[in-house]
Design a protein around this ligand. Structure first.
Ligand code: UTP
Length: 275
């Protein structure tokens, strides 16, 4: 049973400037809920009730969001407005929130390594909240946790992307084991379409085995001087122990403005209006 999920939320979110100058990207609301809360709900649904946040400077509103807002709650206590707090109160009832600060933003791999003291020596989920995933059945992390029980390996979530977009993602080459499940042989970070081994791109959901921490410790900075999680996963893949899983559901790239607008319209039309 995987009980912990790491949330790297320390990045600068430059693609959303100026909105993200003093506000974390992860707090941008899709309709009426911040991106990070969608992620936490997905993790809790998967049984990962310890949500370990790797935060940074200027990110305090994230930790405040997962706490009581005493004055506000006192003010609206007993009124109909309390109903608006139902989803976050539910999350607070079920989840435990721990934090560590990443002092220098040296990439996703570095953020994961920074989270090591919050995870310890057990397999864990990683969720990037700017990838919003929506499924009518079990969420993506729940699907991956189920798969972990079978394979006991690191797992990356993948989706097919248009060939001219491979340069935005980590891309895999792998052997298809059964429908939607691959054993990964190779991973390339942000390849040009001509060099991409496939159009199967890694999105922001991972299950990682804890040996990843020692590997990350020995991983030198790659593209952009950042420590890439893909490079560390490549070492695990060479040992035959990384699976890729084509998840069920829709994913919105909320780290980009078009993806964020698309997600907003989708959630508004399919969930908010039907409430
Ligand atoms: P992104 O690649 O989307 O980077 O990181 P970013 O800095 O947030 O956004 P842009 O590209 O400048 O617009 C993916 C996830 O990893 C986290 C981010 O917060 C985001 O959730 N991250 C990234 C860290 O926590 N630390 C880092 O050093 C880098």
């Amino acid at each position: 049973m995987i009980t912990k999920c790491l949330f790297p939320v320390a990045g600068y979110g430059t693609r959303f400037l100026p909105a993200t100058k003093s506000m974390p990207k992860e707090m941008l609301p899709v309709v009426n809920k911040p991106l990070v809360q969608y992620g936490v709900e997905e993790a809790i649904e998967a049984g990962m009730t310890t949500c370990a946040m790797v935060t940074g400077r200027g990110k305090r509103t994230i930790t405040d969001h997962f706490d009581i807002s005493y004055e506000l709650e006192h003010q609206i206590s007993g009124s109909g407005k309390e109903a608006y707090l139902a989803s976050i109160r539910d999350v607070l009832d079920k989840g435990v929130f721990t934090t560590v600060r990443q002092r220098e933003m040296k990439g996703l791999g570095h953020a994961v390594l920074t989270g090591r003291p919050l995870i310890g020596n057990e397999p864990f989920g990683v969720l990037l909240s700017d990838d919003l995933c929506i499924n009518n059945g079990p969420g993506v992390l729940a699907q991956m946790a189920e798969l972990y029980r079978q394979f006991r390996c690191s797992i990356v979530a993948i989706q097919e992307v248009p060939e001219d977009e491979t340069h935005k993602y980590g891309v895999i080459r792998g052997e298809s084991l059964k429908s939607g499940i691959y054993r990964v042989d190779e991973m390339v970070e942000k390849p040009d379409p001509a060099d991409a081994p496939s159009n199967l791109a890694i999105i922001g959901r991972y299950i990682l085995t804890p040996d990843i921490f020692d590997i990350l410790q020995d991983t030198s900075p790659g593209a952009n001087g950042e420590i890439q999680i893909t490079d560390a996963l490549q070492t695990q893949a060479a040992q035959g122990c990384v699976m890729a899983y084509k998840f069920k559901g829709r994913r919105f790239d909320c780290g980009s403005v078009p993806g964020f607008v698309e997600a907003t319209n989708f959630v508004y039309e399919n969930y908010y209006l039907q409430d």
